[in-house]
Design a binder for this molecule. Structure first.
Ligand code: SAH
Ligand code: SF4
Ligand code: F3S
Length: 437
């Protein structure tokens, strides 16, 4: 039996690429294995966003290749994703036991390259990038049966000075709207209720698509698909958050009241050095417009601390923005040096010690804000889409339109339905309540 196991690192785009690789392999007769030990082929789908992600991958790869040497069963080890694109053949000089290296825009060739490797018994490397990838319909083996990821665009043109993604995922390419709509119609027919549209910069969707279709227009067309109940999307760039998009979010019933809008820094000077192309006052104006249009919108963000040249005043400005905006949740990271990026050449890189202190200050500040933002739901009746059993014994779990986890008692037959839950308690990570009639 030909079998495979995929280990995924990184963002939702990588998770979804793994679903595609799984779909393609199953189509040519491979079976998913329950554990890496049972698999004839192991694929590591890698991430290079920060140094830590890279280290995690190399230690996992080292472990697997050692096992491969000890194990008499010859296993194929493949490296896919962003580190494959970044390092290509160089991975072999570090870890010679790798059999296949394949970049993220080449995965449609995976079955063919696996076959080639088996014939040749030599490492196969493909990172040239398929320029027509965004037009292709690829079989997908999805991990969930109710919620689905749908890629609407690939790549990124923004070149934020700290970020490696534009070098690894190539230029921005939008999928034709007809293909996206056909995929979502098919998902609805299979019983999927929620879609999350994926792209590095979804709100610039539509550049160069023919016939032309803007992101708000795409949302309108998806909103018309019967069977789909909720629409989400990640990630939006503040500079591309248009009034038209805010109106679409306000007016379209299926588009959820939740937005991830990465701020990165609260200092104009640092934002400019990051090449983010917006100022704090522009960002604040957009937040005001969003909250005026959609008062109960749930907002989350990404923060980088310790960017080169970040002084104490710049850092304080980030803390001020966190206080003022009162996000429902944040992701915060220490600045990490990445290959080829413009920020590498900036002066005044900060010590890890300062970055650590700043990161904990950010988390300490945000913790009570998140709790307060969750507490505000107590007493409210919220629509919860039930997606499974809760991690803690016996209860059901689902998500609000604002993307918060809610635990409550109920019958398993409710999984896949939207129910009203009266919120009774709130903690840092979730809400809990009782079912309302
Ligand atoms: N396209 C998305 C996601 C980018 S990666 C966006 O623009 O938001 C997710 C987050 O990782 C970024 O928002 C940023 O906060 C963080 N990140 C990216 N590169 C980084 C680096 N070199 N060091 C630390 N954090 C980084
Ligand atoms: Fe990276 Fe900026 Fe593109 Fe996001 S928008 S992927 S942070 S370059
Ligand atoms: Fe990582 Fe590549 Fe995604 S670097 S965050 S897997 S686009």
């Amino acid at each position: 039996m030909k079998s495979f196991y995929i280990i995924t690192f990184g963002c939702q785009m990588n998770e979804h690429d793994s679903e595609r690789m799984s779909g393609m392999l199953q189509k040519v007769g491979y079976q998913p294995a329950a554990t890496p030990d049972d698999a004839e082929m192991i694929i590591l789908n890698t991430c290079s966003i920060r140094e830590k992600a890279e280290q995690k991958f190399y230690s996992e790869l080292g472990r697997l290749t050692n096992q491969k040497e000890e194990n008499s069963k010859a296993k194929m080890i493949a490296v896919a994703g962003c580190i494959a694109q970044q390092e290509g053949r160089q991975i072999l000089s570090r870890v010679p036991n790798v059999d296949l290296i394949i970049g993220p825009s080449d995965i449609t060739r995976l079955p063919e390259l696996v076959r080639l490797q088996k014939e040749r018994h030599n490492p196969v490397i493909e990172t040239s990038g398929d320029e027509t990838y965004h037009h292709k319909l690829v079989p997908v083996s999805r991990t969930d049966s109710l919620k689905a990821w749908v890629s609407i665009m690939y790549g990124c043109n923004n070149f934020c000075s700290y970020c490696v993604v534009p070098y690894l995922r190539g230029r921005e390419r939008s999928r034709p709207a007809e293909n996206i709509l056909a995929e979502i119609q098919e998902l609805a027919a299979q019983g999927y209720k929620e879609v999350t549209l994926l792209g590095q910069n979804v709100n610039s969707y539509g550049n160069g698509t023919l016939p032309s279709c803007s992101f708000p227009e795409l949302l309108r067309r998806i909103n018309d698909i019967t069977g789909i109940e909720r629409i989400r999307f990640v990630t939006s760039h503040p500079k591309d958050l248009s009034d038209d998009l805010i109106s679409a979010m306000r007016d379209l019933p299926k588009v959820c009241e939740s937005l991830h809008l990465p701020l990165q820094s609260g200092s104009d000077r640092i934002l400019s050095a990051m090449n983010r192309k917006y100022s704090i006052s522009e960002y604040q104006e957009k937040i005001n417009k969003l909250r005026n249009a959609i008062p109960d919108i749930s907002l989350t963000t990404d923060i980088i601390v310790g960017f080169p040249g970040e002084g104490e005043a710049d850092f304080q400005a980030t803390l001020t923005m966190l206080k003022q905006t009162a996000y429902d949740g944040i992701f915060a990271f220490k600045y990490s040096r990445r290959p080829n990026t413009a920020a590498l050449k900036l002066k005044d890189h900060l010590s890890d010690h300062i970055k650590d202190i700043r990161l904990s200050k950010v988390f300490d500040l945000q913790k009570p804000i998140t709790l307060e933002r969750n507490h505000r739901h107590i007493g409210a009746v919220l629509e919860v889409f039930v997606d499974g059993k809760s991690k803690r014994g016996g209860k059901l779990a689902g998500r609000t339109r604002g993307n918060k986890v809610v635990n409550f008692e109920g019958a398993e037959s409710m999984i896949g339905r939207t129910v009203n839950v009266c919120i009774k308690t709130a903690s840092q990570n979730s809400l809990a309540g009782i079912l309302c009639e």
